[in-house]
Design a protein around this ligand. Structure first.
Ligand SMILES: [Zn+2]
Ligand SMILES: [Zn+2]
Length: 289
């Protein structure tokens, strides 16, 4: 089949969803802010945002339901009650669908502390498998040898399959997920509206090439990362540790943003430098020990 016709058919079969025009700001009064905001993108795709009043990183977590299994990407930042939240959400979904509570597979966008804080709490629950955010553990648990060149597939049952795409460079264990059912591409801290901290520049460049190449012949509904640091005003970001961001940008980016990032990186010709683009900043950093 011609690739273009294939793409059109793929778009037609996508399950759509909606995103908020604005996520609930963390403030100005923290006593009025719930610990978590849970947004149903569609009935089987839930996006969870941690409150900035709990932790200024206010990361996003993704909960995706298949026929046989649910998947959670990331477990939050700081001390939380995620081991209460997630079982509640699983039970809610099960009740609504008249099904047993599904087993849960936990994977990560990467290994940084603001994305793995709840790992131990969740691993202590029944019917939960937590895959540690380390390349060798991911290779084993998801049966995807050949990190970072080789991709994997996570099958949640029914028609719900996610492609796992290693994208190291911000961290050693960065992994994007592509949901074939919704066309959502989850890119963690590698691509989001904010400061893209690059710790291993050559790896990062290769990873963005890998992502763009992957996205080339697939429908991409949205590119969704794990933070918002950008304001609605182009080129403006909130300072590190800002809790209250009343004018923050939307979360969603597009394939076009990926292409802009790829070409800005290519123009650096191997010499990393800070560069502000309208929706994010490339922010090289020396590798942490
Ligand atoms: Zn990170
Ligand atoms: Zn982060």
């Amino acid at each position: 089949m011609h690739a273009f016709i294939g793409l059109l058919l793929a778009i037609e079969s996508l399950q759509m969803g909606t995103l908020p025009r604005q996520w609930r700001p963390s403030g100005p009064n923290c006593t009025e802010v719930p610990d978590w905001q849970v947004h149903e993108y569609n009935p089987n795709t839930w996006i969870i945002r941690e409150s900035g009043c709990t932790n200024y990183e206010k990361p996003f977590l993704y909960l995706i339901f298949g026929e046989n299994k649910a998947l959670l990407q990331d477990t939050g930042a700081g001390k939380t009650d995620i081991d209460r939240l997630i079982p509640n959400l699983l039970a809610q979904w099960a009740k609504r669908n008249n099904k047993p509570v599904p087993p849960l597979l936990v994977v990560h966008s990467h290994s940084h502390g603001d994305h793995v804080s709840g790992d131990k709490q969740l691993a202590a629950l029944p019917n939960v498998t937590v895959v540690p955010a380390k390349p060798d553990e991911i290779e084993k648990a998801l049966a995807m040898p050949g990190w970072p060149e080789k991709l994997g597939v996570i099958d949640l049952g029914g028609a719900r399959q996610l492609d796992a795409i290693p994208i190291p460079g911000h961290d050693a264990a960065d992994m994007a997920l592509y949901d074939r059912q919704t066309g959502l591409l989850l890119t963690g801290d590698t691509v989001y509206p904010g400061r893209l901290y690059v710790r291993n520049f050559p790896e990062y460049v290769k990873s963005i090439d890998r992502l763009v190449n992957f996205a080339k012949d697939r429908p991409i509904a949205h590119v969704l990362g794990t933070h918002i640091e950008q304001a609605r005003t182009p080129f403006n970001d909130y300072k590190v540790r800002t809790v209250y961001q009343p004018d923050e940008a939307v979360l969603e980016l597009s394939r076009g943003d990926l292409l802009e990032l790829q070409s800005a990186l290519a123009e650096m010709k191997g010499k990393p430098r800070r560069q502000e683009l309208s929706r994010f900043t490339i922010f090289p950093r020396v590798a942490l020990p």
